[in-house]
Ligand binder design. Sequence first.
Ligand code: NAI
Length: 397
Amino acid sequence: DKFTVLCCGGGNAAQVATGLFAVRYNTIAVSFFADEAAKWKAALGDDEFELTIPGGGVMKSKPKDITNDPSVAKDADVILLVVPSFAHGEYFEKFAPHMKPGTIVATMPARSGGDILFASKLGDKAKDMIFCGFETLPWACRFTEWGKKATVLGTKNNILAAVSPISASRKALSKLQGLLGVNPLVEESPNNLGISLRNPGMCIHPGVMYGRWGPESWDGQPKDEAPLFYQGVDDFTEKVLTGMTDEVQAICCKMEEVAPGLNMKDACTLKQWYLDCYDGQMKDTSTLKSCMNTNAAYDGLKHPCKEVDGKFMPDLKYRYLSEDIPTGLCFAKGLAEILSLETPTIDKVVKWGQECIGLEIMVDGKMTGKDLDKTRAPQGMGITTLDAFLAASKIEK
Ligand code: NAI
């Protein structure tokens, strides 16, 4: 039997991954979103999918199928989720009855708490499966003709990935490396908790949004232009970001204290993350603010805004809040609560952000809101004690 991979989702990333894997493997694209699978299948028809790679080369391939039938999971060796993280739970749940033991399920990017969500959705079956969380997507990519053509704009050199259980790490990562090809180089991260708390988007995106549009800095009036997102980071926003990243560091320290031997090295500060990932692309690396202001990769990127009568209002439902708060920041806040750590900066960002996205997550500073189950807060997955958290994360005390 040929190695079979399911590539899940239907957006930019899923189409690119499908095109790439189908060149060499039995690849089935799966989307559970509305009628996306049927639409994609019709759009592609009898044609081959065309993927343009950096340098201009074109790879052509044909997925074996494009479907919304979860039972295709029965033949899968690897299931790769390349969709926004709020959709992960649905894929885990629908595949669960069909997966064979030893299936590798990887999420790209994992955001935070993906391993715990996976275990909670699979129940008893989780112990026979291998979960892998990638820190990010390896490609900057866009489809150019929906369902038929896509372009990889750039590929990262290295990406971190963690495997649960850790004993399956070597085997799983070498299979995933084979799938991805030479680039990026997949580097083993010690555990999924490190991937969860490293998640840079959970601080950067909501933090920069709060810094610009939160009650401390914005008067509610439209702007003449959409402000620059990264280059526009000012002293106030930097303070918010530093507060958040420091609070996450306190969580890491406490975790290493309660679970000796736990290696949290990859859950670094935001500044360190910039130094690791954008080395050579920043003109001034003296402060977090200067790393963001002078990063060439961010040139010209603006705040998500909507035009109203020729002026600009922020899009406060954009994924910088609607994805990064529920599946990122809420994990950190929830874990801090379990550890009895105060997180005043994260709290004020979550308090403001939850109203922007219309969710009730935190009430009076506690993770007890009615929409908790829509988040990756451990509390939303039924975990309220340290012992339960360690067990769910497969961490030894
Ligand atoms: P996308 O926005 O193109 O993904 C859209 C897809 O998500 C849809 O086609 C559908 O399959 C699914 N979806 C949307 N709404 C849904 C819903 N309500 N229920 C269920 N499924 C739904 O995103 P893209 O570009 O494919 O990125 C995937 C992930 O990778 C995101 O988390 C993104 O932040 C991340 N990423 C993307 C990069 C890129 O260059 N495209 C770069 C770095 C990270």
